[in-house]
Write a protein that binds this ligand. Structure first.
Ligand SMILES: Cc1cc2nc3c(=O)[nH]c(=O)nc-3n(C[C@H](O)[C@H](O)[C@H](O)COP(=O)(O)O)c2cc1C
Length: 177
């Protein structure tokens, strides 16, 4: 299986990144291949509801780096959406990406792909309800399969490294993919 991991935290090597790495480590044990990208390295302009993706070639006509990500998403079997909780939702950069997923409504190119959510937050799982609901409903809309979530409590940069239980949980989740 090809896994694409999207890191929606601006802090490279921090909690989201560490948890996703653990999943990928586990997945690698089973022969899955993966690619991880940092969304903050990409220029992703906002969806402007021009609806060009709803007609003609059904492609987004905004010229930016999102087109590289479109190809990667289309080529993956499983996509990990990694984002810390920012105000009970995803980070701004992750939301820009989600809004730009509109071409997939018509093309159905994400249909039957699996989606995984990885989200650290200060408050932990109890703060993640709206985010999970948003992703699950969006996956449903696109015909994707919700394949699980890793929610962990962490606040400081890289703090999750000290939480062996959560690291093991993420690794085992990856192993079971
Ligand atoms: C702008 C902003 C908003 C945040 N909002 C929340 C929140 O609503 N609930 C929460 O539990 N943590 C919140 N946090 C804390 C982060 O989710 C937490 O520090 C997380 O571990 C960061 O992940 P990272 O290290 O991968 O960047 C917020 C952090 C920032 C910077």
């Amino acid at each position: 299986m090809k896994i694409l991991a999207l890191i929606g935290s601006p802090r490279k090597g921090s909690n989201t990144d560490i948890l996703v790495e653990k999943i990928l480590e586990g997945a690698k044990e089973n022969g899955h291949i993966s690619e991880k990208i940092y969304l903050y390295d990409y220029e992703i302009l906002p969806c402007i509801d021009c609806r060009n993706c709803k007609r003609g070639l059904f492609i987004c006509t905004i010229e930016d780096m999102m087109h590289e990500i479109y190809s990667k998403m289309e080529n993956a079997d499983l996509i990990i959406f990694g984002t810390p909780i920012y105000w009970y939702g995803p980070t701004g950069q992750m939301k820009l990406l989600i809004d730009r997923m509109r071409p997939f409504i018509e093309t159905k190119k994400l249909k039957n792909k699996k989606g995984v959510i990885v989200s650290p937050s200060e408050e932990g799982p109890k703060a993640c309800g709206p985010l999970i609901e948003m992703f699950k409903m969006s996956f449903d809309y696109l015909g994707m399969e919700f394949a699980g979530k890793i929610l962990a409590s962490a606040y400081e940069r890289g703090e999750i490294k000290n939480n062996q239980k959560e690291l093991k949980n993420a690794y085992e989740f990856g192993l079971a993919l």
